[in-house]
Ligand binder design. Structure first.
Ligand SMILES: NC(=O)C1=CN([C@@H]2O[C@H](COP(=O)(O)OP(=O)(O)OC[C@H]3O[C@@H](n4cnc5c(N)ncnc54)[C@H](O)[C@@H]3O)[C@@H](O)[C@H]2O)[C@@H](O)CC1
Ligand SMILES: [K+]
Length: 450
């Protein structure tokens, strides 16, 4: 399962706007459909490598793309059949159907399979769950090589509904931009490998997929404080803060202090016994404070958090510190990153609804902080509306302590100065990249090892 890096993501409504802007700029919708069909035909041609192809066409423009692809594949000499769910309903799809000179079979229980099945039944226009009958018809083709046009049919484009497609795809050709459903659970795995055919749509980049990790560049003039100084506040479960402190160093901080009964995870981490928190937090060289790893709610957390909030320094809040710090964050302006997993998110932002992207954006606006909503489908959102979706992450990160490592990495990136959203994006990218290099058997400690 892969998605293109740094690619635009559009909701169905934003897609319609982009499409209209394209039309206003002189590129007709028919031309867009021709380009979409051509992109699908190209991919299917290579995947089929001479094997017979069955294209399933729906009543809307998704079906229109299917008819265009069928025509272009036949011109190339491919063996193509088309099966349709009735006659096309949109003008564009009618025109695409008319240009296909081959036979159109009815799509029903008698439709014979082919080694390659192209699913052009429904895309962004799906408005309700597929009927059981239709789901049954599609499920008959499980086990074939399936290419989905725009989305596997049955998936709701914006990711707000957890409808699963009856026929998951091996390859999904996203048209114009990626859609939230390609990047969010539970639907993302059903898209298989998602490829983007940009077809000339000028998509806004406010929402995008995770960029590739930047190449490491050392500043020859840097010193340890200019690289970023991070203070990690330990709670009763000091191991979590130790992981965060080690991660801050490995992610590029120049100087890391672990405050409160901890053991240095690396010799280069400076350990304090906890009496000097206020003094450390006031250090003008300090670039970020991390509070929350291994620190359950209670008096101790409240005291430490008050010091951190009172310092005015950029903050990374994790675990119980998120809910505890929300009111203070929302009433001021500061660079801050919150790193909740789903349970912490639900407790801190119970009133949010919609897709994970919608909910994370609402949480960022409410808290006036960057929110890294963790999971296999991590979503990062900023109060100004920017979003990065980090699917598919790295499966080896699903183990204890990796969240503490991410909090430390956020601290390192934030302490460098600059935009908190870009810092969070860099930290998530670092985390996934490092995990992928280690691979199977990863434990959180490995992420801060050599
Ligand atoms: N947005 C763009 O820039 C472009 C979009 N194109 C294609 O257009 C698609 C969107 O087309 P449409 O808006 O026509 O929508 P779709 O083709 O996805 O589906 C709409 C049709 O399906 C019916 N329908 C919806 N849910 C149903 C259900 N559960 N059961 C049975 N019927 C159902 C609707 O009544 C309507 O007739 C995209 O996914 C893409 O494939 C491309 O042609 C190229 C450009
Ligand atoms: K489809």
């Amino acid at each position: 399962m892969t998605v293109p890096a740094d690619a635009p993501i559009l909701t169905a409504a934003a897609m319609r706007e982009a499409e209209a802007a394209c039309a206003a700029a002189g590129v007709s919708l028919a031309e867009l459909m021709e380009r979409a069909g051509a992109a699908v035909a190209d991919i299917v041609w290579r995947m089929a490598a001479g094997a017979p192809i069955l294209i399933l066409c729906g009543p809307g423009n998704n079906g229109g793309d299917g008819y265009v692809a069928a025509r272009l594949l036949r011109v190339r000499g491919a063996e193509v059949r088309v099966a349709a769910l009735g006659e096309p309903k949109t003008d564009l799809a009618k025109a695409a159907r008319a240009a296909w000179t081959g036979e159109v079979e009815a799509f029903d229980e008698r439709t014979a399979p082919a080694p390659i099945v192209v699913d052009a039944l429904f895309g962004a226009g799906l408005s309700r769950r597929l009927s059981d009958d239709l789901a049954g018809l599609l499920a008959r083709f499980a086990g074939r090589r399936v290419v989905a046009v725009d989305l596997p049919s049955g998936i709701e484009s914006d990711g707000g509904e957890a409808w699963m497609p009856p026929l998951p795809a091996h390859v999904t050709v996203a048209l114009g931009a990626l859609k939230p459903a390609h990047l969010l659970l539970p639907t993302a795995p059903a898209c298989g490998r998602t490829l983007l055919a940009s077809i000339g749509i000028d998509a806004a980049r406010t929402m995008r997929t995770l960029p590739p990790p930047p190449l490491p560049t050392g500043d020859p003039a840097a010193h340890k404080y200019s690289r970023g100084m991070v203070l990690v506040v330990a709670g009763p479960m000091a191991g979590a803060a130790e992981l965060a402190a080690g991660a801050a160093l490995r992610a590029g901080a120049g100087y890391v202090v672990l405050d409160g009964a901890g053991r240095a995870p690396l010799s280069a981490v400076i350990c304090d016994d906890g009496d000097a928190l206020a003094e450390r937090a006031a250090d003008p060289r300090l670039g970020a404070i991390v509070v929350g790893p291994g620190f359950p709610a209670g008096e101790g957390l409240t005291r430490s958090l008050d010091v951190a909030l009172g310092s005015g320094k950029p903050l990374v809040l994790d675990a119980a510190a998120i809910a505890a710090g929300l009111t203070a964050l929302a009433s001021g302006e500061r660079r801050a990153i919150l790193t909740p997993h789903e349970g912490e998110f639900a407790r801190s932002f119970p009133a949010t609804g919609g897709s994970k992207i919608d909910r994370t954006l609402a949480a960022a606006r409410q808290s006036r902080a960057v929110v890294v909503h963790k999971g296999a489908d991590t979503v990062i959102a900023a109060p100004d509306g920017r979003v990065v979706a980090a699917w598919p992450g790295c499966p080896w990160l699903a183990s204890a302590g990796t969240g503490d490592v991410l909090a430390g990495a956020c601290g390192a990136m934030l302490a460098r100065g600059g935009d908190a959203f870009e810092a969070a994006v860099a930290a998530v990218g670092w985390h996934i990249d490092r995990a992928a290099r280690i691979g199977p058997g990863l434990v959180a400690d490995d992420l801060i090892g050599k």
